[in-house]
Write a protein that binds this ligand. Structure first.
Ligand SMILES: Nc1ncnc2c1ncn2[C@@H]1O[C@H](COP(=O)(O)OP(=O)(O)OP(=O)(O)O)[C@@H](O)[C@H]1O
Ligand SMILES: CC(=O)N[C@H]1[C@@H]2OC[C@@H](O2)[C@@H](O)[C@@H]1O[C@H](C)C(=O)O
Length: 389
């Protein structure tokens, strides 16, 4: 049994999710037991600096080094505070994504997460694994999404065709066909699919911050959008973007669905004189429709259930709109639940995933699924940093 802390701050930059779990087994016999978790907010000046860098602001190398130090120190603090008096064997830290460039025809991808492992290992005294995306990218992959293999072995079901749909800043799906979970046959990753579906909460959050002059940062429960009406002509215009129609493997980030895209959304919306609630309803519908279009275009069969995770799973308006749209598209009911319903905390699923990916790295087990990322081969993910005592 290995006790691992998983750490991640994603594209919403809303804080560091930290999860402490006990892990044993390898793949189809993997066992992950929850111990504790919490979310640590970034100090506001650091959060603003990260958002500025994610939006493309230039920084000097000295500022860049200081930013990496500050993020690593905050991640180390999160781990130490969660650890308390518990012995911890390993840390898996995703770090903070500040730049992601999917691969091009003759060019490897590039993905940069700050919060370097050497500093976390030194400050915590715990072996720390970071930089998970590089191994998949070196194998020609997108470097994302990396959670599908963990979803397979923690959420695979004997009977259901399932979509595990993360709605963070960006949305991403893992499609898991029914699994004969038996020790002899184990789980079968060969039919799994996974990719980024498009914006999750990123545009909704930017809109709320814009509409409230920074007073609020997200639409709690989707309550504001629920009072509006989506503008269909505007939605149809936005859905013409090639990303929504590109076949997987595909990944994205704030580089596409960030501030510049949101500013274009605002200018597109001007002729319609939308109320704030109608603008929010339309941006929420974009997230919903992006998921629905991706499912209709690229899933081999309809899912019998969708398990939401990430902060967007708490947006009850978005959840209800997705349920309605999937029913309309498939002509049959598709249950839209959350991973909480399957015993996996929806707020911490990504942090748990990076604890498992770090555990697999330590065991010498590849963490990516080439069918999901487009990598040529399975790859060991992450670099190991041992504390210098
Ligand atoms: N109760 C809620 N109602 C509506 N939205 C919520 C709620 N709680 C969180 N969110 C949304 O979830 C977002 C944070 O989600 P999460 O932490 O999963 O994103 P992330 O992990 O940073 O993103 P990504 O998975 O793209 O890296 C918030 O910015 C907010 O938009
Ligand atoms: C570069 C990067 O941080 N990508 C994130 C982002 O946030 C959601 C989606 O895009 C996902 O593909 C990925 O993270 C999750 C943890 C993943 O790799 O599975």
């Amino acid at each position: 049994m290995t006790r691992v802390i998983g750490l991640i701050s994603g594209t919403s930059v809303d804080g560091i999710d930290a999860a402490m779990v006990e892990i044993s087994g390898t793949e189809s016999d993997l066992q992950v037991d929850w111990i504790a978790g919490t979310t640590y907010p970034y100090p506001e000046p650091l959060r603003q600096k990260i958002l500025a860098v994610c939006a493309g602001d230039s920084v000097s190398m000295a500022e860049f080094a200081e930013l990496d130090d500050a993020i690593a120190q905050t991640f180390a603090h999160a781990a130490l505070t969660l650890q308390g008096d518990n012995p911890v064997d390993l840390i898996g830290s995703h770090g903070q994504t500040v730049y992601h460039r999917p691969p091009q025809t003759k060019q490897l991808g590039y993905s940069l997460q700050l919060g370097r492992g050497a500093v976390i290992a030194q400050l915590t005294g715990i072996p720390t694994i970071t930089n998970f995306r590089a191994g998949d990218i070196a194998a020609g992959g997108q470097g994302a999404p990396l959670v599908p293999k963990v979803d397979l072995y923690t959420l695979g079901d004997r009977h259901h065709y399932q979509c595990v749909q993360n709605i963070g800043g960006i949305g991403n799906v893992a499609f898991i066909p029914p699994q004969e979970n038996s020790p002899s046959r184990g789980s079968d990753s060969s039919q799994m699919l996974g990719w980024d579906t498009g914006p999750g909460n990123s545009l909704i959050d930017l809109a709320v911050e814009y509409l409230t002059n920074g007073e609020a940062t997200y639409d709690r429960d989707g309550a504001w959008a629920a009072t509006g009406v989506p503008c269909q002509p505007l939605l149809e215009h936005w859905l013409q973007h090639p990303f929504f129609h590109e076949p997987p493997p595909k990944s994205t980030g704030r580089e596409l669905f960030g501030w510049d895209y949101f500013r274009d959304c605002l200018s597109d919306a001007e002729p319609y004189s939308l109320s704030p609630e109608d603008l929010l309803a339309t941006l929420t519908e974009l997230t919903v429709e992006a998921i629905a279009i991706n499912y209709r275009s690229f899933l081999p069969v309809p899912p019998s259930r969708v398990l939401l995770c990430g902060g967007g799973s708490r947006n009850s308006y978005l959840k209800q709109r997705l349920q309605t749209r999937l029913q309309e598209i498939y002509g049959q009911s598709v249950a839209v639940l959350t991973t909480d319903d399957m015993g996996v905390n929806a707020d911490f699923k990504e942090a748990i995933a990076f604890a498992v990916l770090a555990y697999w790295r330590q065991q010498g087990i590849p963490g990516n699924l080439p069918k999901c990322t487009g990598a040529k081969v399975p790859a060991l993910l992450g670099e190991i940093h041992t504390p210098i005592l």
